[in-house]
Write a protein that binds this ligand. Sequence first.
Ligand code: GLP
Length: 285
Amino acid sequence: MEVIIQRDEHSAAWLVARVIARELRANPRLVLGLATGKTMEVVYRHLVHLHHEQGLDFSRCHTFNLDEYVALGPDDPNSYRYYMNHHLFRHVNVDRNKTHLPDGLARDLDAQCRQYEALIEKAGGIDLQLLGIGRTGHIGFNEPLSAFKSRTRVKALAPATLEQNGGHFGGPEKMPRRAITMGVETILDSRRIILLAAGKNKADVVAKAIEGPLTSMISASSLQMHPRCSVVLDEAAAGKLTQKEYYRWIFANEPAWKEFQDNSREEAPSDDGSLPRYKVKTLKR
Ligand code: GLP
């Protein structure tokens, strides 16, 4: 695992967007694992910017999202399909047929989970998986006690998660109680992983995930077992780490990160909290 600390949320998200862009340019057929949440909105704004300003091409890539709420359809503004369409897909030239999320409306949820695994396999596996982290230490919706060997399945959401995400629904009591999520092992099967976390609310759980013991109580701690995982943090989210100087030293001395060491705010598109106002281009195929 590598830990990269950037001065603020904006720079951290910009670095992640640049890494995704680099991988996509190197392999236009990239199979990209995507995440949702507030933290990712900034990354997606940067990707939209890179598409419009530098021609970043999404037309041949495939995407697989980590999770979806049970019983929410694509037209529900709280569904993750809606989120992805709104924050990324409608602004770039991705082929919607190549974008995948679990179907929260499926009649047979277990069959849907098996089908999702099969789709990922058919696409050749995930090349680069983007992750956030929830307050419970979850990746996807792998709540405490998710087995490290778990695959895509239906998972009941923890009370802390209902509390964290309930605001979007007008209160935790109005939120779905379950979600379909890739399993921990499904995530660990990805060839490369980047976890992004920002803000002081995440500092405790980030420290547990990175410097604490492996435990299914914090599913993000399983990432310590992954051979190619980078954790990108802002200073606030890195606040409770004990080995920050060591992580900075590695980042500064690792040739693979050379081109990202200058990651500066000036280079990033301005971020006033709103989506860039670009016209949606028609699909190039
Ligand atoms: C949800 C998603 C997670 C994500 C988390 C973080 O719970 N299922 O995949 O990591 O939100 O959200 P935020 O970025 O809003 O803190």
